[in-house]
Design a binder for this molecule. Sequence first.
Ligand SMILES: [Zn+2]
Length: 119
Amino acid sequence: MGRRRKRRKIIKKAVRIPVLFQCPNCGSHTLSVTFRREDSGRKAIISCSRCGLYYEYNNVPSIYQSVDVYNKFIDLFEEGKISVEFKPVIGAGEEISGEEIVEELEELGEEIGEERDEE
Ligand SMILES: [Zn+2]
């Protein structure tokens, strides 16, 4: 007979501010780790907004936090076990830190009344 657990309200704080780490390539604190949920598992995207370093870390254990991913990444990077990509960095000041971009497209509701002369 299953005993029902008391439901506890867990208030999760949504941390939106990306944690930045030191980039092993350019040395500045502009490296961010972003998690993505994929069908095949959890994925972390490591990217640097300064030099454009980019790496996709697949099958990230669910207990991993950004710092764990970062540490693992640094290990692999130092050992030369992974090959990273470099994505072009667009314009200074613009943050392209790999933050999940949620596009909220507002429906413009453009209603173009076609006024065509139909024969
Ligand atoms: Zn960098």
